[in-house]
Write a protein that binds this ligand. Structure first.
Ligand code: GLC
Length: 562
């Protein structure tokens, strides 16, 4: 590891972590699927972008029914992505550049091709091998009805019947059987897996479905309200597992016993030097339940999906920021901020797409990057990519295959690096990668955007550099204000962030503009980073001659004038 990484720095508290969806970041061998050598070759890009860490989605041996979230062997590398030596090279290369590496851990379920599940099927009902999963007799006189009313996140019943008549639980795809965390072998396996990757030098883990693992012990029916549908959440482009209008009964999620697992893991992580960490993907129902995952003896961070699900509204953003920071302060944890990832519609599309969607996305990103805590970026957002409309014949997401909903393929299209036709520099091959890239993506590529100061890529580079110098040093307190409905004002130390979510220009408060998400109108050069003329003082008052204005769908950072 490079000398300049201070092992006691708690680097994760204010890091920018970049999610690498391994299949779609960079293809080293030209087979049309991204891989570990591809990532290693592109590490300088990530260093120059200005991120602190990369989180890599699962690259372990897997039949790829859920693109790696169906793990057949937790301590290997799928030949599709390389081998253990390639993983070691990636870790060494990242550390040399001062980048940390977070790997994905999938403890809620294995692949149906994991040796344990194969043994469970072979051993038959009542066997010790079956006890590591949740096999049950069915209901009804013939046992041909599922053991309870739970629905899979990917649609349809959460139970599949095997030949001998028993059923097994899978909260996701049938190829992802849920483990029974009440069985001691399960905890022991994952402790070994943690140690395996920690010994190889990983800096942290992203815990998949961290609010899962334990289910209510008697696997009772979910109580479904009259206006509710049975289900354990849905994954599609517009709805996510966290979108519930009201608190609902969820016997399959967020059971109190899960916290014992994280206490055990925390001890393992703390045993290692180098400030190793874990971040939970916990789709809990409230900020308070999320905070329980990040108590001081549990995980270090939890993804905060509340901004991602908020509408384009100053009031909604203000509420998210206030609630998140107060929930995290109670347990002295650092907040996290997420606008896009491999499971949801990309944020420019969520905000309406086109020029306006991109303007809003850049503004939301700029606001997010100013806040205390860590920001998790998703590959391609720095290029301003929109959700791709993947043709039905090319869709591969198991949730699409089970529900017919568009699914998540549209945010997983391999990213464009250069050139004007597929594979846009994604790999050395020719022709389309595993999900076809759209025509006309050339101007979105890394090569095309580099050096163009108006591009989204250069905007991200400037914002990330500035974040290091003026945001991460501005303290943990944030004063949140909404002025006249549409203007969000966040004050963090000497830094003021303003977001105009309305439809008319608004006056900027006093202070030098450090960066804006789009060129400001009275800037003669159209350069959003030109040293600013001071504003007139009162945010939101109508513009007068000489007043610096913030256009709609735009955000700016200002330095305190004093
Ligand atoms: C998480 C992953 C998602 C996967 C699911 C099942 O939500 O982010 O991609 O399908 O878990 O492992």
């Amino acid at each position: 590891m490079a000398d300049f990484i201070d092992p006691k720095s708690e680097w994760w508290r204010q890091a920018v972590c970049y999610e690498v969806y391994v299949r779609s970041f960079a293809d080293g061998d030209g087979d049309g699927v991204g891989d570990l050598p591809g990532i290693t070759a592109r590490l300088p890009y990530l260093r120059d972008l200005g991120v602190d860490a990369l989180w890599i989605t699962p690259f372990y041996p897997s039949p790829q029914h859920d693109h790696g979230y169906d793990v057949a062997d937790y301590t290997g590398v799928d030949p599709l992505f390389g081998d253990l030596a390639a993983a070691d090279d990636l870790l060494a290369g990242a550390h040399e550049l001062g980048l940390r590496v977070i790997v994905d851990l999938v403890p809620n379920h294995t692949s149906s091709e994991h040796a344990w599940f194969a043994a469970a099927l072979a051993a038959g009902p009542g066997s010790p091998e079956r006890a590591r999963y949740l096999f049950r007799q069915g209901r009804g006189p013939e046992g041909d009805l599922p053991p309870n009313n739970w629905q899979s996140v990917f649609g349809g019943p959460a139970w599949t019947r095997v030949e001998d008549g028993e059923w097994y639980l899978h909260l996701f795809d049938p190829t992802q059987p849920d483990l029974d965390w009440r069985h001691p072998d399960v905890g022991d396996l994952f402790e070994d897996v943690l140690r395996f990757w920690l010994d190889r030098g990983v800096d942290g883990f992203r815990i998949d479905v961290a609010h899962g693992l334990y289910k209510v012990e008697d696997l009772r029916d979910q109580v479904v309200g009259q206006d509710e549908q049975a289900g354990s959440g849905a994954v599609n482009s517009t709805q996510t597992m966290v979108e519930r209008d009201a608190l609902r009964d969820e016997p399959m999620w967020d059971q109190p016993e899960v916290h014992e697992v994280y206490r055990r893991w925390r001890k393992v992580l703390d045993f290692y030097d180098g400030d190793r960490m874990a971040v939970a993907e916990a789709w809990t129902q409230t900020s308070d339940s999320m905070a329980r995952f990040v108590r001081s003896d549990e995980l270090h961070q939890s993804f905060n999906f509340h901004w991602l699900t908020a509408p384009w509204s100053a009031a909604a953003f203000a509420e998210v920021v206030e609630q998140t920071l107060s929930a995290m302060a109670l347990v002295d944890a650092s907040a996290t901020w997420v606008l896009s990832n491999h499971d949801v519609e990309r944020h420019p599309s969520r905000y309406g797409g086109g020029e306006r969607g991109l303007a809003r996305a850049r503004a939301a990103t700029l606001a997010m990057l100013a806040l205390p805590g860590s920001a998790y970026l998703y590959q391609g957002e720095e290029l301003g990519l929109e959700q791709v409309d993947v043709a039905p014949e090319h869709r591969q997401d198991p949730s699409y295959l089970r529900t017919g909903e568009p699914g998540r393929d549209g945010c997983r299209v391999p990213i464009p690096w250069s050139g004007d036709h597929a594979p846009y520099g994604f790999g050395p091959g020719s022709g389309q990668p595993w999900i076809p890239q759209p025509e006309g993506w050339g101007p979105q590529s890394v090569a095309a955007q580099t050096g163009n100061q108006d591009s989204t890529l250069e905007f991200y580079r400037r914002a990330l550099a500035l974040r290091r110098s003026v945001a991460t040093t501005a303290g943990d307190e944030v004063a949140v204000e909404v002025v006249d409905t549409d203007l969000l004002v966040l004050r963090r130390g000497d830094l003021t962030v303003v977001v105009n979510t309305g439809s008319t220009p608004r006056a900027l408060p006093a202070g030098e503009v450090l960066i804006a998400s789009a060129p400001l109108p009275d800037d003669p050069d159209g350069d959003p980073d030109a040293p600013g003329t001071p504003g007139t003082g009162t945010p939101g008052t109508a513009g007068t001659a000489g007043t610096r204005l913030l256009p709609p769908d735009t955000a700016a950072w200002l330095a305190d004038p004093s």
